[in-house]
Ligand binder design. Structure first.
Ligand code: 13P
Ligand code: SF4
Length: 322
């Protein structure tokens, strides 16, 4: 039994009036740390990062990082993926509780039982899953490469897609492959509804509606463009439209504003819950916790080596596709 007490960020230990961004920069240099941040992080965290990207870009950066420490400002499965890909580095995350509804609602032991129904299927798992689920998978995908990953499998191969049913449905439409879908979903993207967005579109007829494939199919059908966070950012940066309704987590708007300062960016409203289109897990990371994480080099991601090696294989298959 591991009796080590879990690390709890002691926010009260931060001296009053400390210049957190300056301290984070200083500690980053002192620790020889690289700071990777997802597009859904708070703007002040994105601005301190060495690299800001989507899940695929961040896993590629983590795999090639040669810093002593990878400070991962994202959610747990992302930091865990960094450790799987680059085990020689110390991988830390500001808040260990930064989970993900997709990963948390697909526990590996339940998934292993569920998969028994489909013994002759290839298993394509979205990167938003635990190391245990990755270890049960044939190949991993992200929202940027899901179509390519599924198309890389022989046409006659039966496929299970997990854990996001909406991304799975979107990929089914794009590839024409009939796949068995695990019934998971993202609590942020599932809050966007076609009904509410149609009203918003009517109020802003000049605006293009862009959506992440974690959204429900009715939202994707209504959208002018569907893509991963990096693809949505690129769309806003290059499309001539002057206004965009953005149906994904609102953190991405920070980079969009920098690329298109004069465009009107309208965050899609959620139809229930907090109505804010913010991921509660991503937002657990804060400047204060990032400072403590670099100061204490905690909380740190640890993985049993056998599990790491089993989870590595399907990730390497994905990365080999480019
Ligand atoms: P991407 O980074 O692949 O766009 O995925 C978005 C997301 O929800 C990450 O958790
Ligand atoms: Fe998970 Fe959704 Fe949050 Fe991404 S936005 S981390 S998929 S809950």
């Amino acid at each position: 039994m591991d009796l080590t007490a879990p690390y709890v960020p002691d926010l009260e230990s931060i001296p009053a009036g400390l210049d957190l961004p300056a301290e984070i920069r200083r500690l980053k240099a002192e620790r020889k740390a690289v700071l990777l941040a997802h597009y859904y992080q708070e703007p002040e965290i994105q601005d301190l990062a060495d690299f800001v990207g989507d899940s695929l870009q961040l896993s590629q950066q983590a795999a090639r990082a040669d810093a002593d420490v990878i400070t991962f400002c994202g959610v747990h499965f992302m930091a865990e993926t960094a450790k799987i890909l680059n085990p020689a580095r110390t991988v830390v995350i500001p808040d260990m509780d930064a989970g993900c509804s997709l990963a948390d609602r697909c526990p590996a032991d339940y998934f292993a039982e569920w998969l028994k129904q489909y013994p002759d299927h290839a298993v394509v798992s979205y990167i938003n899953c635990s190391a245990g689920v990755k270890a049960l998978s044939t190949i991993i995908c992200t929202s940027s490469n899901a179509e390519r990953v599924v198309n890389s499998l022989p046409q006659d191969r039966k496929v299970v897609f997990a854990p996001d049913r909406h991304l799975g449905k979107w990929v089914t439409k794009q590839t024409g492959r009939d796949m068995v879908l695990f019934p998971g979903f993202c609590i942020v993207h599932e809050q966007f509804t076609a009904k509410r967005l149609a009203v918003l579109k009517a109020q802003h007829p000049e605006a293009k509606l862009i959506a992440h494939p974690e959204c429900d199919a009715t939202v994707s059908q209504l959208a002018d463009f569907v893509g991963s966070t990096a693809a949505l950012l690129n769309y806003v940066a290059t499309d001539p439209a002057q206004a965009f309704i953005v149906a994904t987590e609102a953190g991405i708007l920070h980079q969009m504003r920098q690329r298109r300062p004069s465009a009107e960016l309208i965050p899609a409203p959620a139809d229930s819950g907090c109505n804010c289109s913010l991921c509660p897990y991503m937002k657990l990371n804060s400047l204060e916790k990032l400072y403590l994480c670099l100061r204490d080099l905690q909380p740190e991601i640890h993985l049993e080596e056998g599990l790491r090696l089993r989870a590595l294989k399907p990730l390497e298959r994905m990365l080999a596709l480019g």
